[in-house]
Write a protein of this length. Structure first.
Lengths: 218, 264
């Protein structure tokens, strides 16, 4: 019991940090993904090639390695000392850059699945390109990509544990420390339960949105 | 009906395409095609698949650009012909204005699936033409009930039959108050029993002297409804004239062989 009274507050603190990483990552990568997706579909070959390489690199190397590169790169490569606050900055930037690459490809699949006839109908009706994107394409894309986005967002819940390599006190870091000091598996079990509950909440929210968009099918 | 008006020259020309030439790569799909449509006229375009009918419609509705020839809506020149025959399109503003002159009904309807029937009809007049919402809503309701869709305003397209969807698409095009309405095989995606509902609406519009150009494979319908029939084959207009001339007494062998295939 005495163990619990120490484990719970520490894991709760770790959970708050994990939640922070989760929210910051989504806030940054959801919009950044749109820009990368549009770049990837650009008719300008150079822009689309850059986006292609970016996506390939971000998906082709471990996120853990990317986080470490951002954390230590400034010092070892450029000799710049970033200070101790850089930890969270490196973590946020790493997650955002990585997740934006995955989101970009999901967005692209959604945008390219909209029938060309919808664009043509909009064009004949006189909609501008911007109006067509926001009023006709985007609402349909959101419905189509929701399941794939759900997958990715749930993965992110658990990926927050990678911040451990930067020494950020998120839930996995805390669980590991507690397990070591109490010589017990219990902190891991509780952490696992909290991760699962976290994903259940995310699933619940995604289901609600999916239901809301269920008024039509194509 | 109004047969002959077009050639009298005393009616206003709504659209004129002159010496249109269009290729996809090395494949020339339209060769020196000229077509004028007068106000109130109903023109049907017939011919085999791949003959250039739909491409012609897509050129007239600015979904495709052609390389040679000219296009004008009334006095508004959209693409002018250079002395060497090359087509030069005018600026974006002109194209935007030109788009308000015509409507297009697609083979696959192309309704916006996430919008209700009423929103599909009302959105463009409000958003694009910036017309008063109350006025547009009144017009949309009138059009929908005229087309037998009263009570379906708040449904989404997937809840309707193909014939009903196509009638919504016609209402959507008409709510923009176009001067001319194009139909690209409007019944080709429909079951035979749903085809008649859509054809009836087009017949009614013809009686109201709506200017229309219809690409169709429905010969009986084309004969009844049209002032003029244009037969296109391999990118050229082979024959055109009244339905009696073209369908009942075709002069060219290609027209005859096409009609024989259709009626077999």
């Amino acid at each position: 019991m005495q163990m619990m009274s120490l484990v719970i507050p520490d894991l709760a603190g770790g959970f708050v940090m994990a939640l922070e990483i989760f929210v910051v990552t989504l806030l940054g990568s959801l919009p950044l993904g749109v820009i990368i997706a549009l770049a990837r579909m650009s008719k300008v070959k150079v822009i689309s090639a850059i986006a292609r390489v970016y996506i390939s690199f971000m998906r082709g190397t471990p996120l853990m390695l990317q986080l470490m590169a951002l954390m230590f790169g400034p010092y070892y490569l450029l000799g710049i000392s970033m200070g101790s606050d850089w930890k969270f900055g490196a973590c946020a930037i790493g997650f955002i850059l990585n997740y934006a690459a995955y989101f970009a490809e999901i967005y692209r699949s959604g945008i390219q699945s909209i029938p060309v006839g919808h664009y043509e109908a909009a064009e004949v009706l006189g909609y501008s390109k911007v109006q067509t994107f926001f009023y006709i394409v985007l609402p349909q894309v959101i419905k189509r990509i929701l399941p794939a986005m759900g997958n990715e967002i749930i993965t992110l819940v658990k990926d927050t544990s990678l911040a451990f390599v930067l020494g950020i006190a998120e839930m996995f870091t805390e669980a590991k420390a507690l397990a070591a000091s109490f010589v017990s598996m219990i902190p891991y079990v509780i952490a696992a339960a909290i991760y699962w509950i976290f994903t259940l909440v995310v699933e619940f929210i995604l289901n609600r949105i999916e239901k809301k968009l269920d008024y039509y099918h194509d | 009906m109004t047969n002959g008006d077009a050639s009298m020259g005393n009616t206003r020309t709504i659209v004129s395409l002159d010496n249109i030439e269009k290729s996809f790569g090395d494949n020339v799909v339209l060769k020196d095609i000229s077509l004028k449509v007068a106000k109130g006229e109903v023109v049907s375009i017939i011919g085999s698949s791949g003959g250039g009918k739909s491409t012609l419609l897509r050129c007239a509705t600015l979904l495709e650009t052609f390389e040679r020839g000219s296009l004008a809506y009334g006095d508004m020149i959209v693409a002018r012909k250079e002395p060497d025959g090359r087509a030069v399109y005018l600026g974006k503003d002109i194209l935007k204005q030109a788009r308000l002159k015509f409507g297009l009904v697609f083979q696959n309807f192309n309704l916006f699936p996430h919008r209700t029937v009423l929103q599909n009809v009302m959105d463009a007049p409000i958003r694009v033409q910036k017309r008063d919402k109350g006025e547009v809503e009144k017009e949309a309701h009138e059009l929908l009930s005229k087309f037998g869709l009263g009570g379906k305003e708040n449904m989404v397209p997937c809840e309707l039959s193909g014939g009903q969807q196509q009638r919504v698409a016609i209402a959507r095009a008409l709510c923009m108050n176009p001067e001319i309405l194009y139909f690209d095989e409007p019944t080709s995606a429909l079951d035979p029993e749903l085809t008649q509902d859509v054809l009836k609406i087009i017949r009614d519009l013809a009686k109201e002297h709506m200017t229309m150009v219809i690409v169709t494979h429905e010969m009986t319908f084309a004969r009844d409804v049209s002032d003029r029939i244009v037969f296109i084959d391999k990118g050229v207009i082979v024959e055109e004239g009244s339905p009696e001339q073209v369908i009942d007494n075709p002069q060219h062998e290609r027209t005859r062989s096409f009609l024989r295939k259709i009626y077999d």
